[in-house]
Design a protein around this ligand. Structure first.
Ligand code: SF4
Ligand code: SF4
Length: 340
């Protein structure tokens, strides 16, 4: 079957709430682009009772809330199945983002009805592309467990983090996703935080993708995937002229929660102690002083202020000093839906 894709910018939906809850920071892998920063996020595994109290803290019965359970590797948490059931009982829409190893027999421990989405992270269509980024043997295990999950009836997504190391292979993904039966395809862009910002700084790795390459490749691949019946979501990154810049920190409700109690509203800020909130004694405390919120209202020609401060490499300028592209909020998404 073929589908006529429909493209649109998703924007920040009024009333949408997303809680990205890192239940631990430990992981069995050590991907080269890992954004987890133990110095900033600690190395705690949240006890299940604490997760329960924090889920109650973020629950708003009158609003639908998406809960994304993350790590580290969330399936390493011995109580993940209980946490998923607990969250469903509080009416969260629950997603687990896994590296594909599915520890503690997750597929047997919960049913497809108890988990809205199971997401797998894969950064290449072959072991030759994926494994140098995510680790030796990871492609085989991740894709085998992905296919097992789909065969068991779970609704599965795949997350592909695009960087200079794998953008040329992105076009091979849609056919594979169709073959495997993946329903949603998230294309993400590498951010210079965590390891890419620190540990590999001296290695001269070309992580960033230039605007022309991104604009030439990503929409084309998204169209291909959507024409195969897959819902594709990818960051806008570069605003078209005339498009309005908006910072999600001002207009959306996103909470990026770490096991040490830090709560950010902007993922670009996660490497710095400029979080907006702190969970103290199971209460969400709004922090005063210099924090990320001070930056959300600043207006600059380059678009996102944090991008300009933290990863200015991805901004280029015309001869008259104006930026060639404005950078959108990293949380602004485009989507390409199959028209069926
Ligand atoms: S799977 Fe995720 S948390 Fe683990 S090393 Fe890779 S990027 Fe980091
Ligand atoms: S990425 Fe930029 S625009 Fe988006 S929330 Fe952060 S500071 Fe605001």
């Amino acid at each position: 079957m073929s589908f006529d894709p429909i493209a649109r910018t998703v924007g920040f939906k009024p009333g949408e709430r997303n809680v990205f809850l890192h239940i631990l920071t430990a992981c069995n892998l050590s991907c080269r682009h890992c954004y987890i920063n133990p110095e900033q996020h600690g190395n705690i595994t949240l006890p299940q009772e604490t997760v329960h109290r924090w889920l109650r803290l973020f629950r708003q019965p009158d609003k639908e809330t998406n809960l994304i359970l993350l790590g580290g590797e969330p399936t390493m948490h011995p109580d993940l199945a209980t946490i998923i059931r607990d969250a469903k009982a509080m009416d969260y829409r629950v997603t687990v983002d896994s590296n594909g190893y599915l520890f503690h027999n997750l597929l047997d421990a919960v049913t497809p009805k108890e988990l809205d989405y199971l997401s797998f992270s894969l950064d290449g269509p072959t072991p030759e592309v994926n494994d140098p980024i995510r680790g030796q043997g990871v492609f085989a295990i991740c894709t085998s467990n992905l296919q097992k999950a789909i065969a068991s009836g779970f609704t599965c997504s795949l997350i592909y983090t695009v960087s200079g190391l794998n953008i040329e292979a992105l076009h091979k993904m849609p056919a594979l996703l169709e073959q495997w039966g993946v329903k949603r395809f998230f294309i993400q862009v590498i951010g210079l935080r965590g390891k890419p910002a620190v540990e590999t700084a001296g290695e001269n790795i070309d992580w960033q993708v230039d605007p022309h390459k991104w604009l030439e490749i990503v929409p084309r691949v998204a169209t291909d995937a959507a024409s195969r019946g897959i819902h594709v979501i990818y960051p806008k990154v570069y605003l078209d002229s005339g498009e309005v810049f908006e910072c999600a920190g001002n207009v959306a409700e996103n909470y990026f929660v770490f096991p040490n109690g830090r709560v950010y509203q902007c993922p670009l800020c996660e490497d710095h102690a400029i979080h907006s909130y702190m969970i103290e004694d199971d209460q969400l405390v709004h922090l005063q002083g210099l924090n990320e919120q001070r930056f959300f209202s600043l207006s600059i020609p380059e678009g996102c202020v944090m991008n300009k401060l933290l990863q200015p490499e991805n901004i280029s300028y015309n001869q008259d000093g104006t930026p060639t592209h404005r950078i959108s909020c990293c949380l602004l998404k485009q989507e390409m839906r199959p028209n069926n």
